[in-house]
Design a protein around this ligand. Structure first.
Ligand SMILES: Nc1ncnc2c1ncn2[C@@H]1O[C@H](COP(=O)(O)OP(=O)(O)OP(=O)(O)O)[C@@H](O)[C@H]1O
Length: 693
């Protein structure tokens, strides 16, 4: 019997083969498959990418190796969030197409794409692809699994999504909506002059005006810039004539995660109650926000939804918040299910991290948001109807056809939550602008009471535990929610239905929202897994928890997969509590308390054994935190730079903080290094109305 696992055996065999003669992957297909296998073993390529390439190899036994290599890399890009492989960019930096370990790792010593593609030209690579019976060059052979669009190679499914999204949005952009004759007066009533505006145009009013005139619009802006305020007023504007005519519009609101939906439900509820409109109209403005999955009608174990082109959603207006989290496939599904005459309004912060899945739709659609690019006609109409001047706004001039999308996008530029005196706001703005020096200055010398910084002296530095348990000054740590748990526990023997239990659990959940530790990665000591163990251990040692493994009271958990039977959505957070046993009076059992997230303030209590997909959430990745906010947010950056460490990640982490933000650096300098890098997602989404569909 060999001492090696089968995987290692295989690796050794492959390595020895490689030693016998150098691999020539672009001349010999077998060598290419051997190399792909080696890359998979090293974690540089996914198993699914290699399997897909083998499948293509079987479909075209004489297929060129350069075509197969491109297919493997194109498949791998999806795992990096890219919709396609940019051939020219890959030739400029071939190794970026794999998931290589950080610089200096010895495991790099292997045949790399840069060596393979050395001396290759773009034209030769394109010709190898065009010669294949598996590659469709002009969209005319829908049965071919790969599509070459100029210099971009797509897997068919993603090409189809991109085309479908572009076609649907173009159709909406080309559809003007009828306008009320008294639009200017209606806008004036909803947006009274703001004495604090300081000469800035009222971007909210402008956004509302643009959204009224088109079947598609986007309102983007950083935290607290008034996206929700704007959309509530927009809905009042759209609904008023419909209600007056006795035919109220069917309006639905949605967000990508349960948490985001719950947050929006809360803020929309407050805004609608304060709207200066009559009660009849107020009743017709919805406040309930659902998740996009629920809206479309997810079906277990399939990527198909109950609503689609043949069975569209029964609505006239759809508003989707936190749209930066929507990937290309979801956007395609959403647009397919939208009736052709329905309006779509997307809200979101274009600068946040994009979805984990392929595509950065909001980012793509907001490419011109900062510059404006309004045509002279749009600008004249906007200024006329809103009474606002754009003369001082330093916007670029655009074209109605070439920049059709820009005519329907508004970026809100004034944060009411993070004004000039807010350290969080200053820091977020500098990070977003990739001004690393300025950001450091704000953090270190800015003297802002809402910003804190911890520089760890090494992996064992207990300053991490101190911050996470105790917080800083008024900014709380995890001790707080555990003290609420212990100190306010009802001393009763009553049944679970007794409202005292719901009240108590609600208080513990609210206290947990006061602090969250965010991190960049999942693995290793600075990832979710290592940090969860470390923090649970510290809380146990401090006498705040009674266990650190399995289920124990106080364990906070994050739902990682939608569970429709339990009514739990990916991203929901619950806390494990000792609660009365429904079956045996007088006994207590562990149950996990989750907010219902429907604006009712209600909770649901779930037995741990029924939770199939949850993880401890003392630490959470920034990706998972999107759509949430916490009174005190601490962001831990690891020692080593990795591809996920970018300014988008840091910006998203900072903007999760409501009152206080703490930066924890595992190594000095990592913050500035992360801020200097940005995500560049490859896609070909093109809404230029001059180009044919
Ligand atoms: N035009 C306005 N007049 C007065 N207050 C406003 C106005 N616009 C926004 N606000 C206030 O500013 C705060 C942030 O507004 P809002 O919640 O609409 O922003 P947002 O961009 O949706 O925030 P988030 O980043 O949380 O999604 C709220 O308290 C809101 O009441």
């Amino acid at each position: 019997m060999s001492d090696f696992s089968p995987a290692t055996e295989r690796l050794l065999r492959l390595a020895s083969l490689a030693q016998e003669r150098p691999l020539a992957p672009l001349e010999q297909r077998d060598d290419l498959f051997r190399l792909l296998e080696l890359w998979v073993q090293r974690g540089w390529l996914r198993q699914v990418d290699r399997a897909f390439t083998s499948f293509l190899g079987e479909l075209e036994p004489q297929g060129d190796s350069a075509m197969l290599l491109a297919a493997a890399l194109a498949s791998h890009q999806l795992g990096h969030g890219h919709v396609c492989l940019d051939l020219a960019a890959t030739l400029r930096n071939p190794d970026a197409a794999l998931s290589l370990p950080p610089e200096g790792d010895e495991a790099r010593a292997s045949l790399l794409p840069s060596q393979l593609l050395h001396g290759h030209t773009l034209e030769a690579w394109r010709q190898a692809l065009l010669a294949s019976v598996l590659v469709d060059a002009d969209g005319s052979c829908p049965e071919r699994p790969l599509v070459l669009g100029g210099e971009r190679l797509y897997l068919r499914r993603y090409w189809n999504y991109e085309r479908a999204v572009a076609a649907s949005l173009r159709q909406r952009l080309a559809t003007p909506e009828p306008l009320p004759a008294d639009l200017a007066e209606r806008l004036d009533r909803l947006f009274p002059p703001d004495p604090d505006a300081g000469g800035e145009p009222d971007w909210q009013k402008l956004a509302c005006a643009l959204a009224v005139r088109g079947a598609f619009s986007i309102v983007t802006g950083g935290p607290g810039t008034g996206k929700t305020t704007t959309v509530v007023r927009l809905l009042a504007l759209l609904q008023a004539p419909a209600v007056a005519a006795g035919r109220p519009l069917r309006i639905r609101l949605a967000a990508p995660t349960g948490k985001a939906a719950a947050r929006l439900t809360e803020s929309i509820g407050g805004q609608v109650s304060r709207l200066p409109v009559d009660d009849e109209l107020r009743r017709h403005i919805p406040t309930g926000v659902t998740t996009v999955h629920r809206l479309l009608g997810s079906r277990p174990n399939t990527r198909h939804f109950r609503h689609h082109r043949g069975h569209p959603l029964p609505l006239d207006v759809l508003v989707v918040d936190e749209a930066s989290m929507i990937d290309l496939e979801m956007m395609a599904s959403l647009l397919a299910a939208l009736p052709p005459r329905a309006r779509l309004v997307l809200l979101g912060d274009k600068d946040q991290l994009a979805s984990v899945e392929a595509g950065a739709v909001l980012g793509d659609l907001c490419r011109d948001a900062e510059a404006g690019r309004y045509s002279p006609a749009t600008r004249a109409w906007l200024e006329g109807v809103s009474g606002q001047s754009l003369a001082q706004a330093a916007l670029a001039v655009g074209d109605d056809q070439g920049d059709a999308l820009a005519q329907q996008v508004v970026m809100l530029r004034r944060s009411r939550r993070f004004g000039a005196g807010s350290g969080i706001g200053q820091l977020a703005r500098r990070v977003n602008a990739q001004d690393g020096m300025g950001a450091q200055q704000v953090l270190v010398d800015g003297g802002y009471a809402d910003l804190h910084r911890v520089l760890l002296k090494g992996p064992e530095d207990r300053a991490l535990e101190r911050l996470v348990l105790e917080g800083r000054g008024r900014a709380r740590g995890y001790r707080h929610y555990l003290e609420v748990l212990h100190e306010t526990r009802p001393q009763l023997d009553s049944v679970l239905e007794d409202p005292v239990w719901t009240r108590w659990a609600g208080q513990v959940l609210a206290a947990f929202d006061d602090f969250q530790l965010l991190c960049a990665v999942r693995k290793g000591p600075w990832g979710v897994e290592g940090l969860n163990l470390r923090i649970a251990n510290a809380l146990l040692t401090a006498g705040l928890l009674t266990g650190e493994h399995g289920w124990y009271e106080g364990r906070p958990v994050l739902v990682t997969r939608n569970d429709y039977s339990l009514g739990l959505m990916n991203g929901d957070i619950g806390i494990t509590l000792c609660l009365p046993d429904a079956n045996q009076p007088g006994r207590k059992v562990l149950r996990v308390a989750f907010p219902r997230g429907d604006g009712s303030g209600g909770l649901r209590f779930v037995l741990p054994s029924r939770l199939a997909a949850v993880e401890t959430v003392f630490a959470m990745t920034v990706h998972k935190s999107q759509g949430s906010e916490f009174a005190h947010t601490a962001l831990l950056l690891p020692e080593q730079l990795s591809p996920v460490l970018t300014k988008e990640l840091v910006y998203t982490g900072i903007t999760r903080a409501r009152d206080d933000f703490t930066l924890i650096e595992a190594r000095g300098g990592i913050f500035a290094e992360a801020v200097a890098r940005r995500v560049r997602r490859v896609s070909g989404l093109d809404l230029d109305l001059r180009n044919t569909v």
